[in-house]
Design a protein around this ligand. Sequence first.
Ligand code: S3P
Length: 165
Amino acid sequence: MNILLIGFMGSGKSTVAKRLSQLMHLSCIEMDDLVYQKTNTRNMSEVFALGGELLLRETEIAIAKEVASKDHLILSAGGGVVLNKIILDYFKIKGGKVIFLNARFETIVERIGKEDSRPLFKQIDVAKKLYDFRLPLYLNYADEVIDVDSLSADEVARTIKNLCG
Ligand code: S3P
């Protein structure tokens, strides 16, 4: 069974995935890193410069298809995977468990701060609209929802281990 962490940018997926992989002795994969490998880029700004959001989303679908054949992985998904149901469907093929790290928008803004490396988090009002649009999608696809606002990455990882271990 694979474990897929979903949630908005800044909800802590990458940090939790690393911690969880130590706790559960499973390999952990960062989907954004696979996007860089596949597109021959080094970061998300380069992906967007090369082919815009379309390239990102098409690459995410291709990655989900490949990863669907693997097992015993922890996957930290890009925040936008819920935009394409086909991605979630691929992950479910092997009975993957989808965990939504649910952070309030205020928490996300605090965590991301003034970082500008994320092409879709350049303007707070635009990011808030994305957040509002996606929240029901995260909730819809999640097998488990963890409210992460007041939890450390370690606490979130332990909670997931208890749910899936
Ligand atoms: C995105 C989230 C990012 C990355 C890209 C787009 C999104 O991943 O895939 O910048 O649409 O929410 P993280 O959620 O890991 O930051």
